[in-house]
Design a protein around this ligand. Structure first.
Ligand SMILES: [Fe+2]
Length: 454
């Protein structure tokens, strides 16, 4: 008898088919400026497939189309990659960058919709979520692409990296606002440490290497493991053509940060970086959930507490502290504040080992230290809360948080729209089936908001 994998049960039970539904029922009033598509990706292996790791499950993108107060459609589609049909990642000639689950994130840049997984090339989708194919920026991208590219809110440039367990370990890429890949440079000094996310400030590109690194003895399909002797470091690289020559690596305390909340330079030229981070025990409990091993936490992330690093490039020092006692993941913000000081931060809260907190959508006021939680309800799991600015917004938190809720008791899902100011419920869109717990997503507005002045 085998034990059911946690990523195939409960909230994470995969869907077995692709559906399209139109004219969805709306409770409350959808703000008319919510005109566009909310897309969310997640791992959803085909029926009969039991992946050896949560992240090896094939990607399925869910889309909800809103227009002027109506919910026009919902659809879910697998990302049709060679891996969906069983193609192996490793081949006799090395990794096949098209053999992707494409199940981590979905973004739009320069009018192109891309489903992402960090070990592979992106996969282009149509606005209706049909798969176009692997996309390599007209042959210019020869590395994998992180699932967490960063768009500069001022210039529209897309920065990202490709990482690999073998050299070159880290390559930084820049795509201009029109979608052309215009810069690629290997970053010196990087190691085989796992690099999931990074940060882009006005002046720097920030890389994070924790204690989780390449380990060929790990046979779950994702060959990484925690090592105490792997130095944890932050790489600070000036932006610009010549930046890679000037990268500096700073030692930090042991840990593993999956996601950056935000990073920026303060008035004294220091760099502030924040993100939920696990210690060794938190990683062990989380990893065991991801592979379905005994001795796992009850949640896919356990003990993921937000840390803050203050890097002083002049003094060559890093100050580090845990700044909150709530286990959170999926940090989000008003993306116009990406790379500059943000007052408000959002995240999803998970029950910690004591059951404290529960599932919720959390809002932090970084200037006052206040924390507000929208409790999502019994047996209900929210997905990453995506911030969408209100029409004519003047305040940072003038907008909405969009999250897809998996409701186990009702065996149903809703798109929940919260007021980002007070976290009150504004509207709920009923979806035709329960959407499994997943990973990341994006709001794709029909009319992108005007970019702020530099
Ligand atoms: Fe991620």
């Amino acid at each position: 008898m085998t034990t059911a994998k946690p990523y195939l049960t409960g909230h994470y039970t995969p869907l077995v088919d692709e559906v399209t539904a139109t004219d969805l029922t709306v409770e409350g009033t959808l703000p008319p400026e919510l005109t566009g598509r909310l897309l969310r990706n997640g791992h959803n292996p085909k029926p009969g497939i039991t992946p050896t790791h949560w992240f090896k499950g094939s990607g399925m993108v869910h889309g909800i189309r809103l227009r002027a107060g109506r919910a026009e459609w919902y659809r879910n589609r697998w990302v049709h990659t060679p891996a969906l049909d069983g193609a192996p990642y490793m081949t006799e000639t090395g990794p096949d960058l098209t053999a992707s689950t494409a199940g981590t994130h979905v973004i739009e840049h320069a009018g192109r919709l891309l489903a992402l997984c960090e070990a592979n090339l992106p996969f282009e989708l149509t606005p209706e979520l049909e798969t176009v194919g692997a996309y390599d920026f007209d042959g210019k991208l020869r590395t994998a692409m992180t699932a967490h590219p960063k768009e500069d809110p001022v210039t529209g440039e897309l920065h990202f990296f490709g990482s690999s367990p073998i050299p070159p370990y880290l390559v930084h890429h820049v795509v201009d606002a029109k979608g052309q890949l215009v810069h690629s440079a290997e970053v010196p000094g990087a190691s085989a440490a796992l690099k999931h996310d990074f940060a882009l400030t006005r002046r720097h590109v920030i890389f994070i290497e924790g204690n989780v690194t390449f380990d060929p003895q790990e046979h779950s399909g994702i060959p990484y493991a925690w090592r105490d002797d792997q130095p944890a470091r932050i790489g600070v690289m000036p932006r610009g053509e010549d930046g890679a020559r000037h990268v500096r690596w700073f030692s930090i305390e042991p840990g593993n940060m999956l996601h950056v909340s935000n990073a920026y330079e303060d008035g004294r030229g220091r760099i502030i970086l924040e993100g939920p981070t696990v210690d060794r025990e938190g990683f062990r409990l989380s990893w065991n959930w991801w592979v379905g091993a005994p001795g796992r936490g009850t949640e896919p992330n356990t003990r993921s507490f937000t840390r803050r690093w203050v890097i002083d490039p002049v003094a060559g020092t890093v100050d580090e502290q845990i700044i909150d006692d709530l286990a959170v993941e999926f940090p989000t913000l008003n993306e116009q504040y990406q790379g500059v000081e943000n007052r408000y931060q959002y995240a999803v809260s998970f029950p910690d080992e004591q059951g404290f907190g529960g599932y919720g959508v959390v809002k932090y006021d970084r200037s006052t230290g206040a924390r507000r939680i929208h409790q999502i309800g019994d047996a209900r799991l929210p997905s990453e809360a995506v911030f969408v600015p209100a029409a004519g917004a003047t305040r940072e938190d003038d907008g909405y948080l969009l999250t897809v809720v998996s409701d186990l008791k009702q065996d149903a899902s809703q798109l929940l729209v919260l007021d980002a100011c007070g976290l009150d419920r504004v509207a709920a869109v009923h979806l035709p089936h329960r959407v499994p717990g997943g990973i990341h997503g994006s709001w794709i507005p029909d009319t992108p908001a005007d970019r702020p002045a530099a």
